[in-house]
Design a protein around this ligand. Structure first.
Ligand SMILES: [Mg+2]
Ligand SMILES: [Zn+2]
Length: 182
């Protein structure tokens, strides 16, 4: 009997997962520095037939630290690197709001995940959300998805502050991808 390996829809946080995070915000394409093994992980997951998405809080837009044009330039840089490595991101959802805006999309609110799910027919029950902050994992739990914590970016701090998290924990997105691929 041919073996059927499950294909997952995988929704990634951006800052601290795909690229280095900064407490001063990542505000331009120049400041957007990839984690090289994460680019490779995305390529490997794509080649294995999984779909990849990004759901990212970008309150720096609402705070006036950078513009949507700057954000688009960051994403162009990111997608170029991913494409060069043989990977693909099916869609990017981002929240430009600040906490004061009381929107429905800023994680841990579920809006980014549900809008991706509606557009791309993602079954959130079987999707995997990977992030470095508690709010990424909470957003996943809020919609019934699996959540993986990575220890890049704010991940180590997240784990220190929440030592009993009931989620699988990986050093990097690459390590998480290896566990999905085997
Ligand atoms: Mg993050
Ligand atoms: Zn929002």
């Amino acid at each position: 009997m041919p073996e059927i390996t499950p294909k997952f829809d995988i929704i990634l946080d951006r800052d601290g997962v795909i690229n280095l995070d900064s407490d001063a915000y990542v505000k331009s394409a120049d400041e957007w520095i990839s984690i090289d093994s994460s680019i490779q992980a995305i390529a490997n997951l794509h080649k294995a037939g999984h779909r990849l998405f990004i759901a990212s809080n970008q309150s720096g837009v609402g705070r006036g630290f950078f513009t949507l044009d700057d954000l688009n330039a960051m994403h162009e840089k990111m997608l170029n690197l991913i494409h060069q490595a043989g990977g693909k991101i099916t869609d990017i959802a981002f929240c430009p709001h600040t906490p004061d805006d009381q929107c429905d999309c800023r994680k841990p609110k579920p809006g980014l995940l549900t809008s991706l799910a509606n557009t791309h027919h993602i079954s959130l029950n079987s999707a995997i959300v990977i992030g470095d902050s508690l709010r990424d994992l909470q957003a996943a739990t809020n919609v019934g998805s699996k959540a993986f914590l990575v220890l890049t970016g704010k991940g180590k701090k997240t784990l220190q502050e929440n030592p009993n998290l009931p989620y699988p924990i990986f050093e990097t997105l690459y390590d998480a991808s290896q566990s999905i691929l085997t």
